[in-house]
Design a protein around this ligand. Structure first.
Ligand code: ARG
Length: 357
């Protein structure tokens, strides 16, 4: 930070940090260091294609906040302030020690096992284990729609409590198609804000376990993965039927055509609703601009190419022909194992990957 911003006083600061480390075994980041660390963690996120705006990240220093109720109130404020009437702003809220949000994102849709329905699940199958775990913690379940918002599992000082988000914190967009009303009748929707809440922020050798952060969606995340993947909402057959496509043979390319129209519908609907969203052509062009800026600053951009390329028409975007080094750098975000995941199998003892079978 001192080097990149050409700040004075590095020696004094390092001496103070060493001194605090010797006395207490740890040290405290200044508010400015936390803010810069949060921004550089974004800049270093190898899977993120939206990093051009890393310097615009607002970092809320909430390290004094640890009580469940207070954490919840600040999470609601994060959702409302980051939404900002549809003009989404990148925001990170950093909480105090002993706090953890177990949901992978602040807004996630429940999954209900329902034998007899296609796929056997109503809702988002990606959240089956999370939904089951929340029920063991006492969640009674929601109304049973495909888009029931899950409660938040907030941990503080070793104690877990569940909280239900108020409607004004959960902004969603119902999907319609600009020229095919039948697509709108499928009842598809998605939430406006992706707020990653299960990764810890690693800065200056310290780990901050609760630091939810959000930007805005690229439409492909919603329309080419969440709603389209066969093991998620699996909506391509329904969209194809709504469009009146011939689904009797693969060679009509009905999947591809439905996919494109679902992406069109998502961009159209967010735009109509006045909610900021990126498209895969613009965001990849912005990524190339980010690379140019970083090169000018004398830094090398690390990236995971397979995450940067969009799941729709990847070869039409300017990242397609690029190659990147993917080694991780600090500051960064790190994902600890989920609470509901089974502990690692004891297979290491025998070296047998099929231990127990
Ligand atoms: N792909 C994830 C989702 O569909 C969100 C990841 C973060 N995305 C973002 N645009 N910041 O929910």
């Amino acid at each position: 930070m001192y080097a990149e911003r050409a700040l004075e006083g590095l020696d004094d600061r390092l001496r103070a940090v060493r001194d605090e480390l010797t006395r207490t075994g740890s040290y405290t980041l200044s508010a400015g260091e936390l803010e810069y660390g949060g921004r550089v963690a974004w800049r270093n996120s190898t899977r993120c294609v939206g990093r051009l705006y890393w310097e615009a990240l607002e970092v809320r220093d909430l390290r004094h906040v640890t009580a469940h109720e207070e954490v919840f109130a600040h999470l609601c404020a994060h959702l409302e302030d980051a939404f900002h009437g549809g003009h989404l702003r990148p925001l990170m809220s950093v909480f105090g020690p002993g706090v953890r949000v177990h949901n992978p994102q602040l807004i996630r849709y429940a999954a209900y096992r329902q034998p007899g329905t296609p796929g056997g699940v109503v809702g988002d199958p990606a959240n089956l284990a999370l939904t089951d775990w929340l029920r063991t913690l006492g969640w009674a379940g929601g109304p049973g729609t495909p888009f029931d918002v899950l409660p938040l599992a907030i941990e503080s000082a070793g104690q877990l409590r569940l909280f239900t988000l108020p409607p004004q914190a959960v902004q969603e967009v119902a999907l319609t198609h600009p020229d095919c009303p039948a697509v709108g009748e499928l009842g598809l929707r998605w939430h406006a804000l992706p707020v990653i809440s299960d990764m810890s922020l690693e800065v200056g050798g310290l780990s901050l376990a609760c630091a939810p952060f959000s930007g805005w969606y690229v439409q492909t995340e919603i329309a080419a993965r969440n709603l389209a993947d066969a093991d998620r909402y699996d909506q391509l057959p329904a969209v194809a039927r709504a469009l009146g496509l011939d689904t009797s043979r693969e060679r009509t390319l009905w999947r591809d055509r439905a996919l494109v129209e679902l992406n069109v519908a998502t961009l159209h609907s967010f735009e109509e609703a006045g909610v900021k969203i990126a498209d895969h052509h613009t965001v990849t062009r912005h990524f190339r601009r980010f690379e140019e800026r970083e090169a000018r600053a004398g830094r090398e951009v690390r990236a995971k190419w397979s995450w940067l390329i969009p799941p729709l028409s990847p070869a039409t975007t300017p990242v397609w022909g690029q190659r990147y080094k993917s080694r991780e750098e600090s500051p960064n975000f790190v994902r600890p194992p989920a609470r509901w995941e089974a502990p690692a199998p004891a297979a290491a003892a025998t070296g047998c990957p099929f231990h127990g079978h």
